[in-house]
Ligand binder design. Sequence first.
Ligand code: ASP
Length: 330
Amino acid sequence: MRMYYPRRSFIKQIGAALGYLGLSQRIGFGQTNDEIVYSKVENTPTVISTWKHGLAANESAWKLLAKNANALDAVEKGVNVSENDPKVMSVGYGGLPDEEGYVTLDACIMDKNGNAGAVAFLQGYKNAVSVARKVMENTRHIMLVGEGAAAFAQKMGFPKQNLFTEKAKDKWLLWKESQDTKSKQLQIHDTIGMLTLDSGGDLAGACTTSGLAWKMHGRVGDSPIIGAGLYVDNSVGGAASTGVGEECIKVCGSFLVVEMMRRGAEPVEACFEAVRRIYRRHKKIPDFQVAFIALNRKGRVGAASLIKGFSYAVMRAGINRLIEAEYLVK
Ligand code: ASP
């Protein structure tokens, strides 16, 4: 096993540049698309999110950012795309259920003022992040769970619906029939975490998930936990996580990434520190994944994962890219 430390901002592009240049004047001509997406470009609206489905979510967030909308609206509308898409089987509608066949959602959101809202173990409402935003804006609390969260969602006018699609049911039945403890160990995950920087220089973040597939009924992961699945400090930056939530919670992962940036670390270095902490708690080669994305207040982005296989999407100046993250354990 070889420990890896990032020495430079090496990226492998697996996405294609998307046409128009939007706000590119603000960051100057003469830069290649790569430089625009990942280089030392500063102070321009930016969106970063986890996994391949982040590309579509970024587009939605970008549409708002390009019109000078605020980071909070952009991040909510961005992750709503994954929540609404039944093909994304780790978030919202169509998410894979727990071991008993219940689709339960976790989500949180933070704004530029450090306000936060969250829901956990929410059933029957696909836009968990929007319910979380209502908790932030319409209550004196930060988190509502289970039946209380569902009752609140209903009161706020969110439509109730069955989130368990036929496709998700088929996969669940297959898993049950196979009694495959190995695939249980695989702990399927693909949460969307997203961070946005708007044209006013303000940040917001969101994280929303159906959690680990085949989890125990009642289990809540890192995604709705402020400081674990998400953390935003407008004076520093934001971070979000995906992967096995239990591991992230134990190191206060997203908070740690932001605190590292506060002390001067580049986003990628800060993300590596969080995965390194997780790695050190385990004596052997990890058979699970945890990954972080980060965006600092200047618009610099970065990410890191524990093991190979994590990708994240970055969009700015109208260019949307999927990037394979550097990883710690090779
Ligand atoms: N972090 C999520 C959880 O533990 C899983 C994921 O990333 O999809 O619930």
